[in-house]
Design a protein around this ligand. Structure first.
Ligand code: SF4
Ligand code: SF4
Length: 321
C-alpha cells in the first residue's frame, strides 16, 4: 500500500490540468542538452534535504519573502479574510489558517514579497511554454523534463503533457522518486524517453527515517521499469543520488547503490548530486522546519571517492547533472 501523503486525485487532475510551481528554462542539469523543466506540485516523500519544499504540498502555497517587504500594508488591504495583520509594534504577520489562497495579496504587493507557488496549467499551456525553446532543444539534443515534487503524483496531467511533446518529437524526461503505484510508472514508461530515477538510500529503515517512506516500493518499481524498458527496447534510466555527509555517503551504501545501478539493463549513467543547503531560506519563508542543521556539503575527496565506487562497476558516473 502506498503511504506517506499520497493525495486523492484532485479537481485539476480529473480535468487533466495540473499544478505547476516553477518552470526553469535553459537547464543543463535535468537530462541531456538544454532543457525546459516543469516542476509539478505535490510529493509523497518529505526528504530532510529537499531544496524545493514549496513543491511538497499538492496545492498552491503562499511563500513570504520578508526581506523584500517595504511595509506598505497593501496585503492587509487586499485580503478579505484577515489573514494579514499588523501588530501594535508595526510587525506584519500572516495566518496560514485564515488564508484561502486567492492570491490577491501577491498581486497587490509592490515588492514581490509575497509569492504564490503553484498555478493551474493545461497540457496545452505547458506545450506552448515548451515550444518557445524548441530551437535550443534542436541545437543541443535537449528537450523537456518533468520534475517536482513528484511528477507521477499528477499522472493524468503528466501523460497528457508527455503525449503533446511526443506528437512534436520533443525528447522527454521524468525526474521521479519512484514512489507510486507500479501501473503509474509503467504508464509513463510507454511515452517518456528517459527516467531520472532518484535513489536516496539502500537501507529501508534509514530511507524511511530521512524521507518518510520505506524504499521497498521504489526498488520494486525501479526493477519493473527497467524490465519494461528493456523489453520494449526504448527508454533509459539515469540514476541520481544525492550525496549527503553522515546520511548516505558511507561506502557500504555507495557500493550497494552502485551494484544496484550496474544491474540495470537500461542504465544510461549515474549522477551524484552533492548536498547543498541553498534551500534553507525557503524553509524559513514557508515557516517550515529545516532538519539538516549544520550538515555541510561533501568535500571534493568524498565526491571523487563516490564517483570511483560507481566507475569501478563500469558505470558512467558524473558529478551534478
Ligand atoms: S492569498 Fe488571499 S486569503 Fe490568503 S492572505 Fe493573500 S489575500 Fe488573504
Ligand atoms: S504588500 Fe508586500 S511590501 Fe507591502 S506590507 Fe505587504 S508584504 Fe510588505
Amino acid at each position: 500500500m502506498i503511504t506517506g501523503g499520497w493525495a486523492e486525485p484532485d479537481r485539476g487532475e480529473i480535468m487533466n490540468n495540473g499544478i505547476i510551481f516553477d518552470i526553469k528554462r535553459y537547464s543543463i542539469h535535468d537530462g541531456p542538452g538544454i532543457r525546459t523543466t516543469f516542476f509539478l506540485k505535490g510529493c509523497p516523500l518529505s526528504c530532510w534535504w529537499c531544496h524545493n519544499p514549496e513543491g511538497m504540498s499538492s496545492q498552491p502555497i503562499l511563500v513570504r519573502h520578508s526581506n523584500r517587504c517595504i511595509g506598505c500594508g497593501r496585503c492587509i488591504e487586499s485580503c478579505s479574510t484577515g489573514a494579514w495583520i499588523r501588530s501594535t509594534e508595526g510587525r506584519l504577520s500572516y495566518d496560514r489558517k485564515k488564508c484561502t489562497l486567492c492570491g490577491k495579496c501577491a498581486d497587490a504587493c509592490p515588492s514581490a514579497a509575497i509569492e504564490m507557488a503553484g498555478k493551474e496549467m493545461t497540457p496545452g499551456d505547458v506545450f506552448l511554454e515548451a515550444k518557445k525553446d524548441i530551437p535550443f532543444y534542436d541545437q543541443s539534443g535537449g528537450g523537456v523534463t518533468f520534475s517536482g515534487g513528484e511528477p507521477l503524483l499528477q499522472i493524468r496531467f503528466l501523460l497528457a503533457c508527455l503525449h503533446k511533446m511526443q506528437e512534436e518529437e520533443i525528447h522527454t524526461a521524468v525526474d521521479t522518486s519512484g514512489y507510486c503505484e507500479e501501473s503509474t510508472i509503467l504508464d509513463a514508461a510507454k511515452i517518456a524517453d528517459l527516467f531520472l530515477f532518484d535513489i536516496k538510500h539502500i537501507d529501508p529503515k534509514k530511507h524511511e527515517y530521512y524521507t518518510g517512506v520505506s524504499n521497498h516500493i521504489i526498488l520494486s518499481n525501479l526493477k519493473k521499469l527497467d524490465e519494461t524498458l528493456a523489453r520494449r527496447g526504448r527508454g533509459r534510466i539515469n540514476i541520481r543520488m544525492p550525496l549527503i555527509p553522515g546520511i548516505n555517503d558511507d561506502s557500504e551504501n555507495l557500493e550497494a547503490v552502485a551494484k544496484l545501478s550496474a544491474s540495470l539493463k537500461t542504465l544510461s549513467g549515474v549522477n551524484i548530486l552533492p548536498y547543498h543547503s541553498t534551500g534553507e531560506g525557503k524553509y524559513r519563508n514557508l515557516g517550515m522546519e529545516y532538519k539538516m542543521g549544520n550538515v555541510l556539503p561533501p568535500q571534493d575527496e568524498k565526491i571523487a571517492e563516490a564517483l570511483d565506487i560507481f566507475r569501478s562497476q563500469n558505470i558512467e558516473a558524473a558529478k551534478g547533472g
